[in-house]
Design a protein around this ligand. Structure first.
Ligand SMILES: Cc1ncc(COP(=O)(O)O)c(C=O)c1O
Length: 409
């Protein structure tokens, strides 16, 4: 189903945070990469858990059976979102970073001194720090080079994957530059040496349909607050992959996947909200199955957001004193996140002046600190980032462009 500006306008009614307040002009919320707003259906799903089955799981009484059922169904819905075989591939956690620390520690427990792990200069620290930590266990960490065009150097990637490489931890898309990385190449190279491929899809999942089986990843992480849900981290593990790892867990805990890496009691209400967010996305698509509706909806949303990103990228590049970073929009493989610098202002000054006009855009390094350092922007306070979501409109981008013209004057 095509997702157009009309659907985007319609969608805005579903998001309480986007409603006009009094006589103030509505907030221009363009920090999608930082986190998306939630539709009423998500808020209602969370409230419903607290109102009807706010009890612990695995009890022999009705509300406990009900929360068990909802947790099982939530895993199935997330599996449909990611194209996974079933809910046994889906683990939940506090956020992506925490899950990735648990994952890296579990993988690290099986490494020998001198084993290599490959990370990238482009990734968010959440997919670097947990792996860098394994240096303490004798692992050798290498990083794939980021070019000045904002893409990872494929030759450098190929050269750095060796028979000693045990893991390649790579982002699907950059939250700083909107780059979409070549996961097919990463898979080919890692398969050839028997290394695990761990993909950070936090910035990718809100903007593209995900198909973990087509990508053939071992592990993939994402975070529901970036795709219209609450703050919950999600880990996909290929069938059997989690069961081979030595995770930190209690002897009282279910040792099989997907529970093997889930410590303590989960946030059941928020997880009900994750399911509602995915069902909300699916309702913008057509198809017989939930998976078909999700893929159809995400394909439409991706095309709409791409058109907004391309519009802003072109318009911002044409402004005097503005420099645009990251790849252009000549192919669909480009996330709709556009970062710029201004000759006349630091990113923080610009964000604060735009904030006074009710325009929300983030400044700095967005935890992609290494990428900002490599681009030589760390001293200047990094980038000013604009990121659209399914409810963003061209009018909002025009308000931002007008604001930029005023502040660079
Ligand atoms: C690309 C990317 N990876 C990882 C993370 C970390 O996610 P979380 O906040 O769920 O730990 C973020 C958060 O902004 C991100 O943008």
């Amino acid at each position: 189903m095509p997702y157009t500006a009309a659907e985007a306008l319609l969608s805005r009614r579903d998001f309480p945070a986007l409603q006009p307040r009094g006589r103030e002009p509505p907030l221009v919320y363009l920090d999608g990469p930082g986190g998306s707003q939630v539709p009423s259906a998500v808020i209602a799903a969370i409230e419903d858990v607290y109102s009807t089955c706010n009890v612990n799981t695995h009890g022999n009484f009705p509300p406990s059976r009900e929360i068990d059922r909802r947790m099982t169904e939530a895993r199935e819905v997330v599996a449909a979102f990611l194209g996974a075989a079933d809910g046994s591939c889906i683990s939940f956690g506090q956020n992506m970073t925490t899950l990735n620390f648990s994952l890296s520690a579990a993988i690290g427990a099986g490494l020998s001194p001198g084993d290599e792990i490959l990370i990238t200069q482009l990734d968010h620290e959440a997919n670097r720090g947990p792996w860098l930590r394994l240096r303490e266990r004798g692992a050798v960490i290498k990083e794939v080079r980021l070019t000045t065009d904002g893409v990872l150097d494929p030759e450098d990637m190929a050269a750095k994957i060796t028979p000693r490489t045990k893991v390649f931890a790579l982002g699907a898309s950059s939250n700083a530059l909107g780059t979409v990385n070549d996961l097919a190449l990463a898979r080919r190279l890692t398969r050839a040496v028997g290394a695990l491929l761990v993909v950070d899809a936090v910035h990718y999942a809100p903007h593209f349909p995900v198909d973990v089986r087509a990508l053939d990843v071992d592990f993939l992480l994402c975070s529901a607050y970036k795709f219209y849900g609450p703050h919950v981290g999600v880990l996909y593990s290929a069938p059997g992959a989690l069961d081979r790892l030595s995770t930190d867990r209690l002897c009282t805990q279910n040792p099989s996947a997907p529970y093997r890496i889930e410590t303590g009691t989960l946030n059941h209400a928020a997880i009900a909200g994750v399911r509602a967010a995915i069902e909300y996305l699916a309702h913008w698509g057509r198809g017989m199955s939930l998976r078909e509706r999700i893929v159809d909806a995400m394909t439409g949303i991706a095309a709409y957001e791409h058109s907004l990103g391309a519009y802003f990228h072109g318009a911002a590049a044409a402004l005097p004193g503005v420099r645009v970073f990251g790849p252009d929009f000549s192919t669909p493989a480009r996330a709709p996140t556009v970062s710029i610098t201004l000759a006349a202002r630091t990113a923080a000054e610009a964000a604060s002046l735009l904030g006074e006009r009710g325009i929300c855009v983030w400044d700095g390094n967005f935890y992609a600190a290494r990428a900002v350092e490599i681009l030589g922007l760390a001293e200047r306070g990094g980038l000013l980032r604009t990121g659209v979501s399914l409810y963003s409109t061209r009018e909002e981008l025009d308000r931002l462009l007008e604001g930029l013209v005023d502040i660079v004057r």
